[in-house]
Design a protein around this ligand. Structure first.
Ligand code: AQP
Length: 337
């Protein structure tokens, strides 16, 4: 088993649509804020995106665009290895090898599979296998920690189960990872329906998501349209009918890093929900505008972006390739001379 002095972190994000504030607050912001403390691997999981139908040109654009967003948001190549999953072949290979130790029943009970499969006319094999590919992503790097939003916790737990099963059959080989869920921003809800999580798959639906690349006017418009309730009380609440206001306050809390009491105090003089939305929009615009500007600079220099991604993939391969070769050996495959 690989010894690491510093904790190793791995997380991924799919280029399956327009990245939104939920992805940013539930995942990317935390990766950026904590990248100095750990050894980091962040992966744009393009193979995962293929588990639901994609338009090839759009997928290619979204993948490069997502890479630019990650760097623009502050991932620093000196502190974090950022790469595209399909550039490191060991990910697909480890998925096959892990398929051969994973019982089918474990995959059929995954909540995300049931949700997504229920919405498809024809379910692809890859959708069922999604968590095994994700287990490979994590286990290949002997990651100790996997920072994810609440929605991905079940998949990290499955990666632990798969790693433990492999270890019990072939010996102590994989580090068993821990999911790390942020205290705030773990679950940002849709602005049009605060009972469902904000999701890339719905980010094209008007009023659903706060899209990271929208300009200030559009950001303000989306937040002003957010569903609230018929009251006027601005406080955090678990009550389902107050989910809209709770979601807006949660966004404010995640961006400012303030306590519940301080957030509520900040709105004690607000004149109703209109005022609440106006101030939330200001905070969101202030957070996202510099990211958008850096993003456009990066996209205007495609060679620099490709160079950063090539370096990331090369660093990732130095860990992933020997690890998958050892998996093959342990499982009884003949290694080429
Ligand atoms: N609404 C959310 N609130 C907080 N965190 C979220 N994440 C996703 N949605 C929210 C976190 O973002 C990271 C990357 O997500 P992903 O690309 O792996 O896909 P996902 O979890 O399936 O996210 P989406 O936006 O709903 O995408 P689609 O529609 O493509 O499935 C993860 O850490 C996730 O927890």
């Amino acid at each position: 088993m690989t010894e690491t002095k510093q904790k190793r972190v791995l997380s991924g994000i799919q280029p399956s649509g327009e990245i939104h504030l939920g992805n940013y607050l539930g995942a990317v912001k935390g990766w950026v804020d904590r990248q100095a403390e750990k050894e980091n691997f962040f992966c744009i999981v393009d193979l995962h995106s293929l588990t639901v139908p994609q338009e090839p040109e759009a997928l290619r654009h979204q993948t490069r665009s997502l890479a630019a967003i990650l760097f623009a948001a502050g991932l620093d190549p000196a502190k974090s290895t950022v790469f595209i999953q399909s550039h490191v072949r060991a990910h697909a290979e480890s998925c096959w090898l892990l398929n051969c130790v994973t019982p089918l029943g474990w995959l059929q009970r995954m909540t995300q599979y049931k949700d997504k499969a229920g919405k498809q006319e024809s379910v692809l094999m890859g959708l069922l296998d999604y968590p095994v590919l994700m287990a490979g992503d994590i286990l290949l790097y002997d990651a100790n920690e996997v920072p994810v939003g609440e929605d991905q916790k079940q998949h990290v737990e499955l990666a632990r189960d798969i790693g433990q099963r492999f270890n019990s059959i072939y010996g102590d080989f994989f580090v068993i990872p821990q999911p790390v869920i942020p205290e705030v921003g773990a679950r940002v809800m849709g602005l049009d329906d605060p009972t469902v999580k904000m999701s890339k798959s719905y980010s094209h639906i008007r009023g659903h998501a706060v899209r990271l690349l929208d300009d200030a006017k559009e950001l303000e418009r989306s937040i002003k349209r957010a569903v609230t309730d018929s009251g006027n009380e601005i406080r955090f609440s678990e009550e389902p009918e107050r989910a809209g206001v709770n979601n807006l306050l949660g966004i404010y809390k995640a961006i400012t890093g303030k306590s519940v009491a301080d957030c509520e105090a900040d709105f004690s003089d607000a004149r109703g929900y209109g005022d609440l939305k106006k101030r939330i929009a200001e905070v969101v615009i202030e957070e996202l505008s510099p990211i958008r500007e850096r993003y456009h600079t990066l996209m205007a220099n495609p060679d620099d972006l490709d160079e950063l991604l090539a370096r990331g993939a090369e660093q990732a391969r130095t860990l992933a390739e020997p690890k998958v070769a050892e998996m093959r050996r342990l499982m009884g495959l003949v290694l080429p001379k």
